[in-house]
Write a protein that binds this ligand. Structure first.
Ligand SMILES: CC(C)=CCC/C(C)=C/CC/C(C)=C/CC/C(C)=C/COC[C@@H](COP(=O)(O)O)OC/C=C(\C)CC/C=C(\C)CC/C=C(\C)CCC=C(C)C
Ligand SMILES: Nc1ccn([C@@H]2O[C@H](COP(=O)(O)OP(=O)(O)OP(=O)(O)O)[C@@H](O)[C@H]2O)c(=O)n1
Ligand SMILES: [Mg+2]
Length: 168
């Protein structure tokens, strides 16, 4: 039990910068759309107004700050490297799933259950693993379930705080 708990805490710390990177753009009210308003070949927006350059910068900035803090706290450079890469992966994964949602004809803000909760998690994981990170599969799955739960709770909080006009 002790090992499971310590492994899970380490995993949640590795993903914390990605979680903050994914959460911080929500504080922005408007910004410059990453797709500059352009349409894709299917006549729909490439990404939509929910993805802005300012959001990427804010996410990277706060994700990077948390990654740096974790490194200073633990003096383990991995937290900084993986945290930074995970933050970038979270933002890219979020954009990838926005692209997919637009292709499916879903408007900006429309729900795509599981995709909305997992997009940043999968993006962060993909980039961290590209750097050679190899989590233990069973712990990774449990951490994923916890993070989905955190995501659902955080979005409800964001909705109550009027940070989001949808609770997902
Ligand atoms: C930690 C435990 C065990 C329980 C705490 C309960 C809980 C789940 C708290 C959530 C964190 C929190 C205080 C949220 C406040 C409101 C907020 C900022 C929500 C942001 O939600 C938006 C969402 C992005 O939407 P999208 O995915 O559809 O693009 O964020 C997704 C949420 C997560 C990635 C997981 C939960 C987030 C965290 C634990 C990090 C907290 C982040 C912040 C407080 C904001 C970033 C910080 C600054 C200074 C801008
Ligand atoms: N790169 C990003 C990501 C998010 N946001 C901001 O954070 C909010 C919440 O993000 P998300 O829920 O992913 O966007 P949605 O509005 O739901 O758009 P989509 O349907 O494309 O997910 C967005 O509305 C937007 O204001 C941003 O500005 N830039
Ligand atoms: Mg969304």
């Amino acid at each position: 039990m002790g090992e499971l708990l310590s492994e899970l805490i380490k995993l949640l710390m590795i993903y914390l910068p990605a979680m903050v990177a994914n959460a911080s753009p929500v504080f922005l009210k408007k910004g410059t759309p990453v797709d500059f308003g352009k349409l894709f070949i299917d006549g729909r927006r490439i990404l939509g107004d929910g993805k802005t350059w300012e959001g990427l910068l804010l996410g990277l900035w706060f994700g990077g700050t948390v990654a740096l803090s974790l490194w200073l706290l633990t003096s383990d450079l991995d937290y900084f490297v993986y945290g930074l890469v995970g933050s970038l992966g979270a933002l890219l994964g979020d954009m990838l799933f926005s692209f997919i949602k637009r292709r499916l004809g879903l408007e900006r803000g429309a729900p795509l259950p599981l995709a909305d909760q997992l997009d940043f998690f999968l993006g962060a994981t993909a980039l961290m693993m590209a750097l050679g990170w190899r989590p233990k599969m069973e712990y990774w799955i449990i951490a994923g379930v916890i993070i989905v739960g955190l995501h659902v709770t955080a979005n409800r909080i964001a909705y109550m705080l009027k940070l989001k006009d949808v609770p997902w």
